[in-house]
Design a protein around this ligand. Structure first.
Ligand code: AMP
Length: 175
């Protein structure tokens, strides 16, 4: 497994000072471009989805890539959580804090309902604000979050604390 993790890490490129000075951006595009590695990552994510899960929830935008592939592999539907103004029908919104200022995420009101169990997917867990807002949106619809899955976790940003009441699993952890 260590070899596999090293292989995946080698497929993720660090881009310093993007999108602003001081941020080291974890660029997953080399991983996506490597068919074998991309497929192996999605299969590993699939191992963490219980058989009683009804849908995958993908977070805009890189969460859509892994979420869609995962949903397809498992024969599940994909629910999209999007930035404001992108979803065409009636939505629920949740505001969340960024380092500077606020942002908002939205979900279609009819995307899920009480009794549904979902797994939330994104490429990367940093401070956890984005994923925590997504968990809130799912719960607003009465559905249950079984787990949040990430390809990458930046554990020094303590994102798991924002997701304290949720199962969290990440494939690659940067300390
Ligand atoms: P956060 O809400 O702080 O957990 O941020 C997570 C979201 O921001 C995810 O959707 C990531 O795609 C993106 N993100 C945050 N930090 C980085 C980073 N260093 N490299 C790549 N994406 C990031």
């Amino acid at each position: 497994m260590i070899d596999t993790l090293n292989w995946w890490q080698d497929c993720i490129r660090d881009v310093p000072d993007f999108p602003k000075p001081g941020i080291v951006f974890k660029d997953i595009t080399p991983l996506l471009a490597n068919g074998e590695a991309f497929s192996a990552v999605v299969s590993e994510l699939a191992c963490h989805v219980g058989s009683d899960v009804d849908a995958i929830v993908g977070i805009e935008s890189r969460g859509f890539i892994f979420g869609a592939a995962l949903a397809q592999q498992l024969g599940l539907g994909l629910v999209t959580v999007r930035k404001p103004g992108k979803l065409p029908a009636n939505v629920h919104s949740v505001e969340y804090e960024l380092e500077y200022g606020m942002d908002r995420l939205e979900i279609h009101r009819d995307a899920l309902s009480a009794g549904h169990k979902v797994v939330v997917v994104d490429d990367l867990l940093a401070t956890g604000g984005t994923a925590a807002a997504t968990v809130q949106l799912v719960r607003k619809l009465g559905a249950e979050v079984d787990a949040c899955l990430f390809v990458i976790e930046l554990s020094f940003l303590n994102g798991k604390e924002a997701l304290a009441d949720v199962n969290v699993h990440s494939l690659l952890c940067y300390e």
